[in-house]
Ligand binder design. Sequence first.
Ligand SMILES: NC(=O)c1ccc[n+]([C@@H]2O[C@H](COP(=O)([O-])OP(=O)(O)OC[C@H]3O[C@@H](n4cnc5c(N)ncnc54)[C@H](OP(=O)(O)O)[C@@H]3O)[C@@H](O)[C@H]2O)c1
Length: 236
Amino acid sequence: MKTAIVIGVGPDRGVGAQLCKRFANDGLKVIVAGRTLSALESVARDIVAAGGQAVPFVADATKESDVAALFDAAGSELDLAIYNAGNNTPGKIVEMDADYFEKAWRVVCFGGFLFGREAVRRMAPKKAGTLLFTGASASLRGRPGFGAFNSAKAGLRTLAQAMAKEYAPDGIHVAHVVVDGAIAGDKIMNRFPDAADRQDSLISIEGIVDAFAFLYRQPERAWSFELDVRTSKEKW
Ligand SMILES: NC(=O)c1ccc[n+]([C@@H]2O[C@H](COP(=O)([O-])OP(=O)(O)OC[C@H]3O[C@@H](n4cnc5c(N)ncnc54)[C@H](OP(=O)(O)O)[C@@H]3O)[C@@H](O)[C@H]2O)c1
């Protein structure tokens, strides 16, 4: 059975959880990975209850040994790996601790390197596999108050682009999804109580998941590196 790893899984109404559910529904066994066991177990339980296969796996994306163990657990049928970890880290540069900036980079960019490297190490010998990264508006544009997150997401995007070129000859499809705006999920709903009143300016999680599923299904002679998704209301 083909296996997918999704790292960066949180609440049910989040991109990570819904990516797991979609690919399980499409017939893959899913390794549901992240830091918070209760969230991972909940997603895996729902998948199994719906007749799919899923295994929760606690891993911190910034820890080399965790990431290697995660890929060992996935086994030889690994076909899809998705790097979705990356909470926003707002703050003005002059008020920012060096440690805060470095931590943001570790989760968003360095973790993408650890994850991407392990994925390619496993996929290249088989000459097949798909490696997808979740981006944000920050991947393309610097904005006041978001310098740490902007620089880390931009670094992740160019890492993904370098990997796409480096490993296409090995049959590995590497791609990046720019999520250009706020998502209609738990993160935004919990932080901004009025968000429910402006749903039409929040990106649909299902639409984002569709973009990942489309990239995964692309034939080898028609690969995209990048898709961007935004609402019709977004000023970009
Ligand atoms: N939310 C938005 O409006 C928005 C907009 C544009 C782009 N994005 C991007 O879209 C992706 C998904 O966002 P989402 O808001 O829907 O979140 P989500 O997919 O529901 O959850 C992402 C999860 O990543 C996990 N994570 C953070 N650091 C980690 C680490 N070091 N190791 C393993 N897991 C880690 C977090 O787990 P914990 O629960 O343990 O913190 C969080 O629950 C992210 O890459 C984000 O940057 C989000």
